[in-house]
Ligand binder design. Structure first.
Ligand code: 13P
Ligand code: SF4
Length: 305
């Protein structure tokens, strides 16, 4: 089959089976083209909570599908490629978190949404890269234990100097891979380009940015900017997506190392097979995990909206 034929079959099947396809912005271009909604982690969570379809296929990584299930317990939620995980989400388990809480008594635990649903049950509130500053500022607590992404945590702490932050030493291995030298090389090669960066990158890289934001924030900024060239400091799929959206502008990756294998592993054929009941994994979570994680995610939506 050709890509276009598979896409047409997917569009037919999803209508017939009352399926909504959600796709994180890091997914492949051919998947974005058949999605009902494309967004960053925050936008997808809000959409999952509001969507009227009976079934959801979440094209992204496992914690995103878990978040969909927690927000839509009555729906069937599928992850089309079960091996799509997020290394950052697996860096902390409940025992490690308990030890951290003992080290920082009285701190509110703020969890990046890139955590397992089980871990969320032991946290006070979730945040995403687009909502973290707003939510940490709105929290009553003035002492915050930010887990697991130390880079995002330090970025947020820099925006809210009146609060005290503690961090876990986790982070996204892909965004961590970007070095100061990558930025210097990209700037030298493209002196007119603006540098747009995700706060999962290390602080010395973020400090060099013209704009810092989530995947959706980066895309919106580039689309509405008068500038014509951009160096992209997040997963390299965004370079390609922006090039499709703005063919008259130019987009360059800050580093070839900024490619997430876990986001790349889901293919258009996986989505097709999932719709045919020949692949994918339905997300099933224990009821206490659903309830505990829901409290944490609902609070994020209430404070971040
Ligand atoms: P956002 O979608 O919030 O920008 O997060 C990026 C990311 O790394 C998701 O895994
Ligand atoms: Fe996880 Fe990083 Fe991949 Fe996002 S880009 S899914 S944070 S490993």
């Amino acid at each position: 089959m050709k890509i276009r034929e598979v896409q047409e079959e997917i569009l037919r099947l999803k209508k017939e089976k009352d399926v909504c396809i959600l796709a994180h912005a890091y997914q492949n271009q051919e998947i974005l083209e058949i999605a009902d909604h494309v967004g960053d982690s925050y936008g997808l969570s809000v959409r999952a909570a509001e969507d009227p379809h009976r079934n959801i296929i979440m094209c992204g990584v496992r914690f995103m599908a878990e978040t969909c299930k927690v927000l839509s317990p009555e729906k069937h939620v599928w992850l089309p490629e079960p091996s799509a995980g997020c290394p950052m989400a697996e860096q902390l388990d409940p025992e490690l978190l308990e030890a951290l809480k003992e080290k920082y008594p009285g701190y509110a635990v703020v969890a990046y949404i890139n955590t397992t649903a089980e871990l969320k049950t032991a946290c006070d509130v979730c945040v995403t890269s687009s909502s973290a500053v707003k939510i940490c500022r709105a929290l009553e607590a003035d002492k915050i234990l930010f887990i697991p992404d130390q880079n995002l945590g330090r970025y947020v702490a820099g925006q809210i100097p009146e609060k005290t932050f503690a961090f876990y030493t986790g982070g996204c291995p892909r965004h961590f891979a970007v070095q100061d030298g990558d930025v210097e090389r990209a700037r030298a090669a493209h002196p007119q380009a603006l540098f747009l960066v995700h706060p999962e990158c290390r602080p010395s890289v973020v400090a060099q940015a013209d704009y810092v934001g989530s995947t959706t924030g980066i895309m919106s900024y580039a689309e509405s900017s008068d500038a014509e060239e951009f160096i992209i400091g997040t997963e390299n799929s965004i370079v390609e997506h922006l090039q499709f959206r703005c063919p008259e502008k130019r987009f360059y990756p800050v580093s070839v190392n900024l490619s997430c294998m876990n986001m790349r592993v889901t293919t258009l054929m996986d989505v097709y097979h999932c719709l045919q009941d020949r692949g994918g994994e339905e997300i099933i979570l224990p009821s206490q995990v659903m309830t505990g994680a829901r409290r944490c995610i609902d609070r994020m939506i209430a404070l971040g909206g």
